[in-house]
Design a protein around this ligand. Structure first.
Ligand SMILES: [Cu+2]
Length: 328
């Protein structure tokens, strides 16, 4: 039985997800101490990241989640690294421990032992899947990718082993066919999906928790009867353009907690691991169907934005690589 406590603990871990992920291996943990009020209610639980405290200094060189195929002794073994675009196939994979054994014990997070995210390298295709696990630890999920090209598969899970934390491992997946990379859509505060309009308010910040609010409406009317999807009114995944670093966040508040309303607004707290451009994917459920709204956003520290505008006169059209001011 999945308990509220477990979900809450998971939510707390996710609040710190990026921080924890790039604290690993560096011995430094960044950014969770200033978690905004809209963050998941931790009920006095503290993430490992928050306990250790830590500074912001490591954030530039830090590793983000999802960029590694192997981390903390666990490896994502993707048995089907090549598929064909437009064909329904079954993805198969195994999570292995340091001895190469298939992991068969996972902690449930938001109702599932493992969340599988699939995204094209150009961030125009996105899937949030829930594969089935066979007793021997082999996971499988049917998938059909609409376009050829490079994809990334993310397995987001927590091994049941004592002391193991949440991990997101990433592996490359190629879809054969004629490939035409697409340009990342321009940053926009409004996204449309399946007749819904979703409006994004708030700014994603590097190394700092900030609030993001997504408001769902249809035909100009706010949607006030969102349905819980995997224990929340929304699931948000952010992928960094360029390397597809991964961030999974959940809303503040849970359905049925007495204060969280079923829309139109769903609030999140998220921390970007660095400046740069991200694609945000919001999954929400309404009238029995799950929809995904996608946004391109830029994460810039206020200082960076100032510095860039300050130097703009001296070096017109040239930023530091994060500003988008490419002059050619
Ligand atoms: Cu999931």
């Amino acid at each position: 039985m999945n308990t509220g406590l477990r979900i809450t603990a998971f939510a707390a871990a996710l609040t710190a997800a990026f921080g924890a992920a790039y604290g690993v291996g560096k011995g430094v943990d960044p950014v969770v101490e200033n978690t905004a009020p809209a963050a998941h209610d931790t009920h006095g639980r503290t993430s490992p990241a928050a306990r250790e405290g830590g500074g912001h200094a490591a954030r530039e060189s830090a590793l983000a989640a999802g960029v590694q195929i192997s981390e903390n002794g666990y490896t994502l073994d993707l048995a089907t690294p090549r598929v064909s675009a437009g064909e329904r196939t079954t993805l198969r994979f195994t999570v292995r421990d340091e001895a190469g054994r298939a992991v068969t014990a996972f902690r449930r997070e938001h109702g599932k032992e493992l969340h599988l995210i699939l995204a094209s390298r150009d961030l125009t295709t996105y899937r949030h899947l829930h594969p089935e696990r066979a007793a021997d630890g082999t996971w499988s999920a049917p998938v059909e990718l609409p376009r050829a090209g490079g994809y990334r598969v993310f397995a987001d899970f927590t091994p049941a082993r004592e002391g193991a934390g949440n991990l997101t491992l990433g592996a490359d997946l190629a879809a054969a066919g004629r490939y035409a990379p697409r340009e990342l859509p321009a940053p926009a505060a409004t996204a449309r999906t399946g007749g819904y309009e979703v409006e994004l308010a708030g700014t994603l910040r590097p190394g700092r928790a900030s609030g993001l609010t997504l408001k769902v409406s249809r035909d100009g009317r706010p949607v006030t009867d969102l349905q819980p999807y995997l224990g929340a009114y929304g699931h948000l995944v952010a992928l960094r353009s360029g390397d597809l670093a991964y961030l999974h966040v959940h809303p503040g508040g849970e359905p049925g907690d007495g204060t969280t309303k079923p829309g139109p607004a769903v609030s999140f707290t998220a921390t970007a691991p660095s400046g740069g451009t991200y694609r945000l994917f919001l999954d929400f459920r309404h009238e029995g169907r799950v929809h995904t709204a996608a946004f391109t956003v830029r994460a810039e520290a206020p200082e960076t934005a100032e510095r860039l505008s300050g130097t703009a006169e001296e070096r017109p059209g040239r930023g530091d690589g994060h500003s988008g001011g490419h002059g050619h």
